[in-house]
Ligand binder design. Structure first.
Ligand SMILES: [Zn+2]
Length: 376
C-alpha cells in the first residue's frame, strides 16, 4: 500500500500507513512559504479490494475548516472522470472511506487542472484566427504568463478582461475558462460571433501557475496571496499581478471578471465592488442587469447566497476587482463557484464538477453580451 503526491499539483504528507487495517493517516502540506492549506491531491496504490480509511488529521486547522462540512472528496481511476466519495468531518479530522476496485486511485480536493492541460488550452486557442497569444511576463519561478487576446483589438471595441486562478487550488476556475474559451472561439455560436465583432477579450486562464504546480491552495511560489496585491504589486514578490495590471493600464478596461472558487458556500455567485469610493449608478445598474440576466439563462447561477456586502467606501482595494473597478471606473465582478456542490441543483455522483464549471463558463458569455451595449 503506497501513497504518493510527487506530481503536478500533488499535496499530502504521510503520517502513517497500516496496510493490514487499511488505516492511512495523512496531513495536508502548507502552501509554499505560507500558512494557508486546504488543497490535497495524492495517489493510493496497492489497495485493490481493501476498505481503506484515509484520515486527513489536520483538516480542522486548515484555512477554511467550514469548507469540510457537507464536503465529499473527489476520486478518479482514469484522471478524467472525478466522482465524489463518502467523506466525514469530525473532531477536526476529514475521513474518507473507500474500497478501490482498481490497483491505483487518485484523490483530490476538486478535479485538478494540470499545467499540461493549461498549455494545451492556450496553444489550441492561439490557432484560432481570432486569437493572439502574448507572454506578458514571467511568474516568480520564471514560467511564462500567457494572455490570450480574442477579437482583434480596435479602439472602437469594448475591452473585456477575464482572469482566473489567482488562487491556485481553485481548479474549477480553469475548467470555467476552458468552457468559456471553447464557446467564445466557436465560429458557429452567434453570441460568440457578436461578442468578438464588438469587443476585444483579454484572457489570462491561469494567474498563479507556480502555485498550481506546487499544489497550493491560495499562495504563489513567493508565498503571497495574489488577490491582496492589486494596490501595490511588486515585480519581486507578485510579478503575476504586476504584469497584468501594467497590461490593463495599457489597454484600458470596460468590464472585468475574476474567477474564483469558494470553500464554504455551496452556490455560484458574484461579489461586486459596492464598497469602492467610486461606486456609482452606472456600475450598480450594470451589476443588476448582469446578475439578473445570468440567473435567467443559467439555473446554476443565483444571487441569494453570497458574501456580505462591503459598506460604502470600505472596500479592500488590494483585491483585484475592487482595484480594477476603482481604477477604471468600470464594472468588475469576482465570480465564485463551490468546491462542494450547487445546493440548488445537487448532483450526488459528481457534486460541483469540472464539466459543470465549464458549462457555467460558457454561459457567462450571455450576460456579457447583454450588458455590452451599455458599457461606457
Ligand atoms: Zn479565490
Amino acid at each position: 500500500m503506497k501513497i504518493t503526491s510527487n506530481f503536478d499539483s500533488g499535496n499530502i504528507d504521510i503520517v502513517s500507513i497500516d496496510a493490514n487495517e487499511g488505516d492511512i493517516k495523512l496531513k495536508i502540506r502548507r502552501d509554499t512559504h505560507s500558512e494557508f492549506f486546504q488543497w490535497f491531491h495524492f495517489r493510493l496504490s496497492g489497495a485493490l479490494g481493501q476498505t481503506c480509511t484515509l484520515s486527513l488529521l489536520n483538516a480542522g486547522e486548515s484555512s477554511y475548516p467550514k469548507g469540510w462540512e457537507g464536503y465529499q472528496a473527489c476520486a478518479s481511476y482514469d484522471r478524467e472522470e472525478w466522482f465524489r466519495i463518502p467523506t466525514t468531518f469530525e473532531n477536526g479530522v476529514l475521513q474518507i472511506r473507500f474500497t478501490p476496485v482498481h490497483d491505483a486511485v487518485y484523490f483530490a480536493y476538486f478535479a485538478p487542472y494540470s499545467y499540461e492541460r493549461h498549455l494545451d488550452l492556450v496553444h489550441q486557442a492561439q490557432q484560432s484566427d481570432q486569437v493572439r497569444m502574448e507572454i506578458i511576463g514571467e511568474t516568480y519561478e520564471g514560467r511564462p504568463i500567457e494572455m490570450l487576446i480574442a477579437g482583434l483589438p480596435d479602439d472602437s471595441k469594448k475591452k473585456i478582461w477575464i482572469i482566473a486562478r489567482q488562487h491556485p487550488g481553485e481548479s474549477m476556475t480553469e475548467w470555467f475558462m476552458e468552457g468559456l474559451l471553447e464557446r467564445l472561439l466557436n465560429t458557429d455560436d452567434p453570441v460568440a460571433r457578436k461578442l468578438l465583432q464588438e469587443a476585444c477579450f483579454y484572457i489570462i486562464p491561469n494567474m498563479n501557475i507556480d502555485g498550481a504546480i506546487a499544489g497550493n491552495l491560495r499562495a504563489s511560489a513567493s508565498g503571497v496571496n495574489l488577490n491582496r496585491e492589486w494596490e501595490t504589486p511588486s515585480l519581486e514578490k507578485s510579478p503575476e499581478v504586476y504584469h497584468t495590471l501594467r497590461k490593463m493600464d495599457e489597454t484600458g478596461v470596460d468590464l472585468m471578471l475574476d474567477v474564483h472558487g469558494d470553500e464554504v458556500l455551496p452556490y455560484n455567485f458574484i461579489s461586486a465592488s459596492e464598497g469602492i469610493p467610486g461606486y456609482n449608478d452606472y456600475i450598480r445598474n450594470l451589476e443588476r442587469k448582469f446578475i439578473e440576466h445570468w440567473m435567467d439563462i443559467s439555473p446554476d447561477f443565483q444571487d441569494t447566497y453570497k458574501y456580505e456586502l462591503d459598506k460604502p467606501g470600505e472596500a479592500n482595494l488590494t483585491i483585484c476587482t475592487n482595484q480594477v473597478a476603482q481604477r477604471f471606473g468600470c464594472p468588475a465582478y469576482t465570480i465564485e463557484m463551490p468546491f462542494k456542490d450547487n445546493a440548488d441543483m445537487p448532483d450526488e455522483l459528481y457534486g460541483w464538477s469540472d464539466n459543470r464549471s465549464a458549462i457555467l463558463g460558457a454561459s457567462v458569455l450571455n450576460p456579457i453580451l447583454f450588458v455590452l451595449k451599455d458599457l461606457k
